[in-house]
Design a protein around this ligand. Structure first.
Ligand SMILES: Cc1ncc(COP(=O)(O)OP(=O)(O)O)c(N)n1
Ligand code: 3NM
Ligand code: MG
Length: 211
């Protein structure tokens, strides 16, 4: 993998509703000032053309700043905009196909239960999204929360990088890292914050520096 080890440390996953009138691009720009290490563009309602347009604009914003762009779910959109990676879940395109289509990309796969791990270990991915660690209102169809014990159990059974997601904020991010995560992914803690740059900075500081 050509990506730096700490690229997954603080991932912003976008939500255009929570970004509100400020818009996704402005919120992402502020979050990058607050030192997010990676951005995942997650669009569940846009049509394909609008998704590609937003992805291209985001790529143009992030590339000069050295921040990788990951596209949620859609390999076609990732290819069209020249994204650095793709994140897929258990019902999305199989990771083997993602890897074949994007051999050099950063590929993430969601893990919602310990039972999903054996098959995941055979998949050609770079990291697991451990999801959700805590209850979240941001994704209504999220699986039951794993808790820190669930995260620890997955940590004990894989050497792969783990990005924890779901209900994470500056008040619990350090505990998530202590439970074995290599990084955290957040939506509302940054997208819904009045000052996304300050919110991202607070998260970074609360997690401590990479060891
Ligand atoms: C880092 C990270 N982890 C998990 C997810 C969830 O992906 P998925 O299960 O495909 O659900 P949707 O995001 O598509 O609703 C994620 N996006 N990012
Ligand atoms: C995008 C996403 N995926 C999840 C999963 O469990 O798979 S939870 C989630 C949203 C997390 O939002 P917040 O940081 O606001 O809790
Ligand atoms: Mg998905």
């Amino acid at each position: 993998m050509k990506f730096q080890a700490d690229v997954l440390r603080l991932c912003l996953v976008t939500d255009s509703t929570l970004c509100g009138e400020r818009g996704v691009l402005a919120v992402v720009e502020a979050a990058v000032q607050g030192d997010v290490s990676c951005v995942q563009l997650r669009e569940k309602a846009l049509d394909t053309r609008a998704f590609v347009e937003r992805a291209r604009a985001l790529k143009a914003l992030l590339e000069p700043r050295g921040v990788p762009l990951v596209i949620n779910d859609r390999v076609d959109v990732a290819l069209a905009c020249g994204a650095d990676g793709v994140h897929v879940g258990q019902s999305d395109m199989p990771p083997q196909d993602v890897r074949r289509l994007m051999p050099h990309a950063l590929v993430g796969l969601s893990i919602e239960t310990l039972a999903q791990l054996p098959a995941a270990e055979l998949a050609p991915v770079d990291y697991y999204g451990v999801s959700p660690v805590f209850a979240t209102g941001t994704k209504p169809d999220a699986a039951p929360a794993l808790g820190l014990d669930g995260l620890r159990a997955i940590r004990a059974r894989t050497a792969r990088a783990l990005v924890a997601i779901g209900g994470i904020h500056a008040g619990n991010a350090a505990a998530v890292m202590a439970a074995g995560a290599d990084g955290v992914a957040v939506v509302s803690a940054v997208c819904a914050a009045p000052d996304p740059a300050a919110a991202a900075r607070l998260l970074r500081d609360s997690m401590g520096r990479a060891g």
